[in-house]
Each structure stands twice: as structure tokens, then as C-alpha cells.
Design a protein around this ligand. Structure first.
Ligand SMILES: Cc1cc2nc3c(=O)[nH]c(=O)nc-3n(C[C@H](O)[C@H](O)[C@H](O)COP(=O)(O)OP(=O)(O)OC[C@H]3O[C@@H](n4cnc5c(N)ncnc54)[C@H](O)[C@@H]3O)c2cc1C
Length: 444
């Protein structure tokens, strides 16, 4: 399998459309003559301000969970791109007043206190502060020890504040937005993007409310994990590809900002039944592992994600490389292949800390018998008498176990440092980039 030309064309078209939409203000500024004679510096400052507004507004499309947006990039890449664009928008927004006020640098300090500034300027300053808070808390959330759910609420609020106040600033400043038609077009354009926030926070939960799920079965797994089996309650559910993921809300209401992403761990052949494997690592997952029980209500938004054997059906076999609970999407793909009676040779390299904390270790031999699957366990702390692989998944270990003949699809899921190391190792082993597919469990 190589990077497909269809995927490349798809990616190139998306990027071209994105850049065109983001740069649209520049085209518009070039086309619309300024009403007042303005210097180059003032024109540049305006361009930077409008660029900040348009890049900020377009951020909402990246997180609006459009299923058609992620392929061929992958959800994790779309979210990473979203983070980088935040920094770009902040740079444009900071440069806007700096360029504008450059000849009178002393006045910049006066504008930093919004309540001392005139109304339209104050709105711009508030927007700049909101954007700065958004960028700092996104890049340094872990260092600042902000819990994810609290951060998500703050993120939505700061994003809406940054865009709405920037729009207010642009409209009130009247520069280039003097003509009512132009003004209303800009308002509609900006609010149109910003309204996508309502898709995730309002429209989606409303739709989910009508399509609840019921927990059918809960199975404790090794390593502080549980398997949860969910069935649609009085609706047909949805079909999915093995390896994809959903956003799960347990109990309560789908309006709570407490939905979390989890990969399917069950076979896609058994849809609409949904099976997930959840490992206890923080507040939400610990609560799930300790308290979820059959009969509980749940809401399942999905499917999302692009990592799947079904996206690469023409491979001669697959190599799954999982670390810890990263086994979940790999297990979904392996269970699906088993249910389909797949006859190609596959390999699973599964890294865990200890044998007794290795989830699904008891089920894997049965799956290996149903498929031509070789399972290679790699233990960080092996028990006495262990004769298998130990330590980390290295280039040398992969060279020994990953077959090099034919066209193989590689699927990776595990802790970020492990994934980074394996991606480098596979590249050194000459595996083409397009044959490697990864799901990262950290979107932010
Ligand atoms: C695409 C994807 C698939 C995943 N699949 C699985 C799986 O199959 N099994 C499994 O056990 N875990 C999976 N995870 C990880 C799981 O979502 C987190 O472990 C869980 O959300 C942690 O929440 P917490 O409150 O228990 O822990 P916290 O301590 O609050 O969070 C730990 C980390 O998890 C991430 N996280 C927390 N809440 C969210 C959220 N609402 N949305 C996005 N990320 C969040 C953040 O990076 C955070 O730093 C997946 C994550 C992603 C992105």
C-alpha cells in the first residue's frame, strides 16, 4: 500500500480550500477600495486584523465533528492543526495593534486596560485577551494542571468571546466595513462559522437525546479496565469501521460537557452493538470502571476516525502494534477480521507493563487460532521464568517480528512516546509512510 493518489488529491483540495477561505480577507481587502486614504502601515494592520478574525472564525469548522472532514488526515491531525492555527491567529491578532500603533509605541500600554479605551478598541482588547487565554491554556493545559472537562468549558467560552468581540471591534471600528452590505456580509460570514460551536454543544446533544443506548454487559478486564457492551435503545444505531472511535456520555444528559472519546474494541460485524474498553486513568474513567453497570443509560456520538483495516483492504496482511489500552482499536480490527474468516497472515505486537495487568491476554490465544495471527507480547516487567520479549518495542524487535514480504498495513496505538519511537523505527526499516496508520489517544 502506498499513499493513494485519491487521498493525496483529497488532502490537497482540502488544504487549498482552507487556505483560500482563510486568506479570503486579503483578496477582499485588495478588491474593496479603502474609503479613507490610508497608509501602507494602516492597510497592513487592517489586513492582519481581518486575517486574525477569519482564521479564528474558521477554527470552529475543525472541531465541529464533521465525519467527512477527517479523512484522509485523521482526527488527531485535524486537532493538531487546530492547535497550530490558534497560535497563527494569536500572532495575527497581536501584530494588528503593534503595526497600527508602531509610530506611537507609548500609547500601546494605554490600550492594554480595556475599560480605559474607547468602546470599539476595548472590544478588540477583550478579544485579544480571550485569544491569549485560549492559546496558553491549550498549549500548557497539563503544565497548568487544568482538568480536561473544565478546560473544554473554558475553551468554548474563550473561543466564542474572542470571535464575537473581534467581530464587534471590526464592525465598530468601521474601517473597511463602512458600507452596510459589506458589514452584514462579514457579520454573516463570521457568525456562520461560529455557529458551528452550537452544532457540537446543542444540535448534536439534541439528536443524541433521541437515540440513547443501554449498557448491556460490563466485563472487568486486567489492568484496571472494563469492557462495556452497549445496545441502541429503540433505534437502529449505526454501522462503523473497526478501528474507529466514538464520543461517549454515560448517564445524565448528552448536554453535559463530559463526553469522552473511546475506540471501538468490538467487532464491526456485530454492529449496531457497540463494545468499548475503558482503562481507569482519571476522574471520568475511574468512575466508569468503578460504577458502570448493566441497564445504565449512555449516549454514543460516532463513528469518527480514519484508522481502519477497511480503508486498506488490499494489503497482504496487517501488523498491529499496541501499547496498553491502545489494544482497543487493534482488538476491534482483529475481532472483525476473525468474524469475517480472514485468511491473511497478521501479527500483533502488544506492549504492556506486567503480564498480570495485560488486558485481553486470555482472549488473544482464541483469536490467534481463529485467524492466522501471531501474538508477540512485550513486557516491561516480566515475571520470573518469562521467555518472551521484554523491554520496549524497538526497531530490532520489529525487524524480527514484522513480516517484510508483500504489502502490509501497520496500525499503531499506544502512549505518545511509544508511537513516536515506533514511527521512527518503521521509517528506518523502510516501511513507507503511507502504510503506517496511527490513532493517538491525546487530542489536546
Ligand atoms: C481517539 C481516541 C480514542 C480513545 N480510545 C480509548 C479507548 O479505547 N480506551 C481508553 O481507555 N481510552 C481511550 N482514549 C483516551 C480516553 O479518552 C481518556 O483516557 C479519557 O478521556 C480520560 O478522561 P479522564 O477524566 O478519566 O482522565 P483525565 O485525567 O481527565 O484525562 C487524561 C487525558 O485524557 C484526555 N481527555 C480527557 N478527557 C477528554 C475528553 N473529554 N476528550 C478528549 N480527550 C480527553 C486528555 O488528553 C487528558 O489529559 C481515547 C482517546 C482518543 C482521543
Amino acid at each position: 500500500m502506498r499513499v493513494r493518489s485519491r487521498d493525496l488529491t483529497h488532502s490537497a483540495l482540502w488544504l487549498a480550500l482552507y487556505v483560500l477561505l482563510a486568506l479570503y480577507p486579503l483578496l477582499w481587502l485588495a478588491a474593496v477600495p479603502s474609503r479613507n486614504a490610508a497608509s501602507f502601515r494602516e492597510e497592513l494592520a487592517s489586513a492582519l486584523g481581518f486575517l486574525a478574525l477569519s482564521t479564528m472564525a474558521m477554527q470552529f469548522v475543525l472541531t465541529a465533528r464533521f465525519e467527512w472532514l477527517a479523512p484522509p488526515f485523521g482526527t488527531d491531525l485535524v486537532y493538531a492543526f487546530h492547535r497550530y492555527v490558534t497560535a497563527v491567529a494569536l500572532a495575527f491578532a497581536l501584530l494588528h495593534p503593534i503595526v497600527l500603533l508602531a509610530p506611537d509605541a507609548a500609547s500601546i500600554a494605554g490600550f492594554l486596560v480595556p475599560w480605559d479605551a474607547p468602546g470599539s478598541v476595548a472590544a478588540g482588547v477583550v478579544s485579544l485577551y480571550a485569544l491569549a487565554i485560549l492559546a496558553v491554556t491549550s498549549y500548557a493545559r497539563r503544565a497548568l494542571r487544568i482538568p480536561y472537562d473544565a478546560w473544554r468549558r473554558l475553551h468554548g467560552l474563550a473561543a466564542a468571546t474572542a470571535v464575537l468581540f473581534a467581530l464587534w471591534h471590526a464592525v465598530a471600528a468601521r474601517r473597511l466595513l463602512g458600507a452596510p452590505i459589506v458589514r452584514w456580509l462579514w457579520i454573516a460570514w463570521t457568525l456562520g462559522w461560529a455557529a458551528l460551536l452550537l452544532r457540537v454543544r446543542l444540535a448534536k446533544p439534541l439528536a443524541l437525546l433521541r437515540r440513547p443506548y443501554v449498557v448491556r454487559e460490563v466485563r472487568p478486564e486486567r489492568g484496571d479496565a472494563v469492557s462495556i457492551v452497549l445496545d441502541p435503545h429503540r433505534h437502529d444505531g449505526f454501522r462503523f469501521r473497526a478501528g474507529q472511535f466514538v464520543w461517549l456520555t454515560l448517564g445524565g444528559s448528552p448536554f453535559a460537557a463530559a463526553e469522552h472519546p473511546f475506540s471501538f474494541s468490538g467487532s464491526a460485524q456485530r454492529a449496531p452493538r457497540v463494545e468499548l474498553a475503558v482503562k481507569a486513568i482519571g476522574d471520568f474513567t475511574r468512575r466508569v470502571v468503578a460504577t458502570v453497570k448493566p441497564g445504565d443509560r449512555a449516549y454514543v456520538d460516532g463513528p469518527f476516525g480514519t484508522m481502519s483495516v477497511d480503508a486498506f483492504p488490499d494489503a497482504d496482511g496487517y501488523v498491529f502494534i499496541a501499547g496498553g489500552i491502545g489494544i482497543a482499536p487493534c482488538l476491534s480490527m482483529i475481532r472483525t477480521l476473525a468474524d469475517r474468516g480472514d485468511s491473511r497472515p497478521h501479527v500483533l505486537v502488544f506492549a504492556t507493563s506486567e503480564w498480570d495487568r495485560t488486558p485481553f491476554r486470555d482472549e488473544l490465544p482464541a483469536l490467534a487460532r481463529r485467524l492466522r495471527l501471531t501474538v508477540v507480547h512485550v513486557l516491561e516487567k516480566p515475571p520470573p521464568g518469562w521467555t518472551g520479549e521484554t523491554g520496549h518495542v524497538t526497531e530490532e524487535l520489529l525487524a524480527r517480528h514484522a513480516p517484510r514480504d508483500g504489502r502490509r498495513g501497520y496500525f499503531l496505538c499506544g502512549p505518545p512516546p511509544m508511537m513516536d519511537a515506533i514511527e521512527r523505527a518503521l521509517a528506518r526499516l523502510g516501511v513507507p509512510l503511507g502504510d503506517v496508520h496511527a490513532e493517538r489517544f491525546h487530542l489536546a
